[in-house]
Design a protein around this ligand. Structure first.
Ligand code: 5AD
Ligand code: SF4
Length: 446
């Protein structure tokens, strides 16, 4: 019997990349590759890279470099590198020089061609490099191989037109494109029928869905249509840009309890001067007004955010405005980043780059503040009942785990497999951002 060849995918970066890797797995399985248990057993290793910050790149460089040994042991091993990093100007040349053993390079804008590129490589000795500068039509023929049941991600837009001055995404992911609503709705319906319990609509800026005039509906209308699909499942969406977040969206959330009362609304900075330099196109006052409008309609709603510290020219005063905003909003949680200059972006050439030790000091203070807020929030859960969607079993801890609608992790013991079920927990303990609880007797069977 002929043994199937095996694949291993290494993913860096955001949820968007994780889902893209599910599509890459879909392409490889269509070619009859099987998933490899370990990287050493693989016949093809695919790197789906990220370039949003320098450390993401360094991480990938380190891991690719480590493959030299494997390649020597097994000359038939194929190594393919794709994703955001290869889209960067001049990056494929650097990769070629540093890692001559890479067989295939493809971009984030043409990963759909991977099958053709692999077949081409199998016919020729020379490495295959195929990067496109512009995105083509949205490809709808790839069946993702999903590995995150009961959660499923669904793209609604690709690319970004915002050009925030620090961000490389618009350069590597191309212009914003929206998927047709009928495609999105059909995909969500199918996923719900298959038993998925949480659908996350994905885009760099979901609120600008349909702004290209090709969909006949805006984001609020799309969200309404998705949440109107029958069945018990949750709907999430990310990421929202504060300049485009509308009350119409909040009204749709109010109409549908299945839309999680959690909005990921990256603020980036609490200083108007920095926000302007970042080209964010909103002020701290507008941001706070949006939160107020959200919480007036939905008092239970929570907000998570992204924050960058150490942006060029950021003063201690600017930083303290970020701290003050974090306290005022009382975020459920926040992703915090040190500014990382990205070649080709406007901010990378700005005067007043901030010394590393100042950046480090600010990020440490901010992380401490955010953790304290999150901890305090978690403690308020003790004694309360919380519905979580059970996602997995943690072998090490010997507990099942899931998330509530606000993304908080809940752990519990069970003798039966509860993955994919909504379970109501009575919370007995809070530890940082994690909750521990006991399933109540009438745990909702789904
Ligand atoms: N440096 C640091 N953080 C960045 N982000 C985007 N670009 C950079 C950069 N150059 C952060 C932003 C964004 C999140 C996905 O990554 O906060 O919201
Ligand atoms: Fe980058 Fe701004 Fe687009 Fe987000 S909205 S991907 S931060 S340019």
């Amino acid at each position: 019997m002929l043994m199937s060849e095996k694949y291993h995918i290494v993913t860096y970066g955001c949820q968007m990349n994780v889902h893209e890797s599910e599509k890459i797995a879909g392409i490889l399985r269509r070619m009859h590759y099987e998933e490899s248990a370990t990287i050493e057993d693989a016949d093809i290793i695919v790197f789906n890279t990220c370039c949003i910050r320098e450390n993401a790149e360094n991480h990938a460089f380190g891991n690719i470099g480590a493959l030299k040994k494997l390649k020597k042991q097994n000359p038939n091993l194929l190594i393919a590198v794709g994703g955001c990093m290869t889209q960067e100007k001049g990056k494929t040349e650097t990769l070629k020089k540093k890692f001559p053993f890479i067989d295939i390079m493809f971009g984030a804008l043409n990963f759909e061609e991977l099958e053709t590129l692999i077949n081409r490589k199998k016919r020729q000795k020379k490495k295959v490099v195929e990067i496109r500068d512009e995105a083509g039509e949205i490809v709808e023929t790839i069946e993702p191989y999903r590995t995150s049941y009961p959660n499923a991600w669904v793209n609604i837009t690709y690319g970004c037109d915002n050009f925030c001055s620090y961000c490389i995404v618009p350069y590597v992911r191309g212009r914003e494109r929206s998927r047709k609503p009928e495609r999105i709705l059909a995909e969500v319906k199918m996923l719900v029928e298959q038993g998925y319990k949480e659908i996350t609509l994905l885009g760099q800026n979901v609120n600008s869905y349909g702004k290209d005039g090709t969909t006949g509906m805006n984001f609020a209308q799309l969200l309404d249509a998705v949440a109107s699909i029958e069945g018990k499942f949750r709907v999430r969406f990310m990421t929202s840009h504060p300049k485009d977040f509308t009350e119409e969206v909040v009204a749709v959330m109010e109409k549908h309890p299945k839309i999680c009362r959690l909005v990921h609304l990256p603020v980036q900075s609490g200083s108007n001067r920095i926000l302007q330099l970042m080209n964010r196109r909103y002020t701290r006052e507008k941001y706070l007004d949006e939160i107020k409008a959200l919480k007036t309609r939905l008092p239970e709603a929570e907000v998570t955010t992204d924050i960058i510290v150490g942006f060029p020219t950021e003063t201690e005063e600017d930083y303290l405005q970020t701290e003050a905003l974090v306290k005022e909003v009382d975020f459920a949680s926040a992703f915090t980043f040190v500014y990382s200059p990205r070649q080709g972006t406007k901010a990378a050439t700005m005067e007043g780059q901030i010394p590393e030790e100042v950046q480090k000091d600010r990020i440490m203070r901010l992380v401490e503040l955010v953790n304290a807020l999150t901890r305090k929030k978690s403690e308020r859960y003790v004694g309360k009942e919380v519905e979580i969607l059970c996602e997995d079993y943690d072998e090490k801890k010997g507990t099942y785990l899931g998330r509530d609608e606000f993304g908080r992790m809940g752990y519990f013991h069970s003798d039966t497999n509860r993955v994919g079920e909504f379970v109501t927990l009575k919370i007995t303990k809070a530890n940082g951002i994690s909750l521990f609880g006991e399933p109540t007797e009438n745990a909702a069977k789904s």
